[in-house]
Design a protein around this ligand. Sequence first.
Ligand code: FAD
Length: 313
Amino acid sequence: MNVVHVIRDIPQLQWERNRGLRNLTSFGIGGPAQVLVRVNSVDALMRLQQRVHAQGIQVTMLGGGTNVLISDAGIQGITLKLGKGFEYYKVLSRDQDCVYVKAGSATALPAFHRWAWRQGLGNTADLVGIPGTIGGAVAVNAGTRTRAIGSIVSRVGLVTTAGELVEMEAEAMRFGYRTAWIPDGWVAVYVIVCLAPSISHEERAMREKLIDHRLATQPHGSKCAGSFFKNPDPVNGPFAGQLIERAGMKGARRGGAMVSRVHANFLVNQGWATARDVMELAREVHERVKALTGVSLVPEVRFVGKGLQWEVQ
Ligand SMILES: Cc1cc2nc3c(=O)[nH]c(=O)nc-3n(C[C@H](O)[C@H](O)[C@H](O)COP(=O)(O)OP(=O)(O)OC[C@H]3O[C@@H](n4cnc5c(N)ncnc54)[C@H](O)[C@@H]3O)c2cc1C
C-alpha cells in the first residue's frame, strides 16, 4: 500500500518517508517511521483519519516521545505528530472553583505549567518536571504518586478513527494509575482543565518539595523515559525503584542500556543502546525482582513499532 498516495492531497500536513525517530524520543532510540506525518489542523486530521483507517493503514500516535520505547526496526504505516496548530492554550470561562483552560494537545506540559504558575492559577504543581505534551500526559494520565493530570481534566476533544471530532467528559476517560480510556487509533486534540483561581500556600510548598525530590533522586540529562516500571502500590510502596535496588540491579548493563545508579527505576541509554538492549535489561530486572520478591513489575513505558512486545514468564 502506498501510504503517501492516500494522504498526499490533504492540505495542512507534511510527510517524510523513512524518517528516523530516535531524535523524536527522550530515550534517543528507535528505527525509522515508514511515513512520519505532521498534521497542523483538526480538519486535516479528520480527513487523514477517515482515509487511512478505511484503507487499513496502521497509525501510531507520538506526542513528545518521553514515555515510549520505539523498536529498532521502526514503525510501519503512519507515525503521527501533531504540529504547531495544536500548540495553544486559552482561558475559556471561570466560575467560583475553576478557571477552565483549553490547551491544544501538542502543547509542551512544562510550558503549560509555567504559564499557569505565572498567571497565579493552581492545580498544576504535581505536573512540575514532567516532560512531553499535554495530549501525551492525558493519554497516560501522567502525574506523581499522589495526583495525576486526570484529576484536573474536565473534557477532552478527540478525533475518532471515523474522522469525527467528539468531546468526552473526564468520567468517560476512566483515568487510572498511568492509564486513560482512549479507543485504539483515536487522537486527543485538545484538553480542557480546571485550574484553581489561585495557588494555595500548600500547593506552593508541595511544588518546592517535588522539585527538590526530583533533583535529589533522578538522573539529569540522561536519555531515558522516566520511570520504566509502574509502582506495584503507587501510594504506600514498595516502589519499583526500591525493589530493583534490593534485587541488586542498580548499575546493571546490557549493551548500551543501564539501570541508573541514581534511580533504579530509570533505565538509561548510555548513548549507543538499542531497543533490544533496553528490552533485555528490562526483562532481566523483571526476572530478578520476581525471583526475590514475587512481584511481577509492569512497564509504565509504552512499546511501539515492529516486533517490540513485553513478554515475560
Ligand atoms: C526525565 C523524565 C521524567 C518523567 N517523570 C514523569 C513523572 O513524574 N510522572 C509521569 O507520569 N511521567 C513521567 N515521565 C514520562 C512522560 O514524560 C510522561 O508520561 C508524559 O506525559 C508523556 O507524554 P508524551 O507527550 O511524551 O507522550 P508519548 O511518550 O509521545 O506517548 C505516550 C503514549 O501516549 C499516546 N499519545 C500521545 N499523545 C497522544 C494524543 N494526542 N492522543 C492520543 N494518544 C496520545 C502515545 O501513542 C503513547 O501511547 C517522565 C519522563 C522523563 C523522560
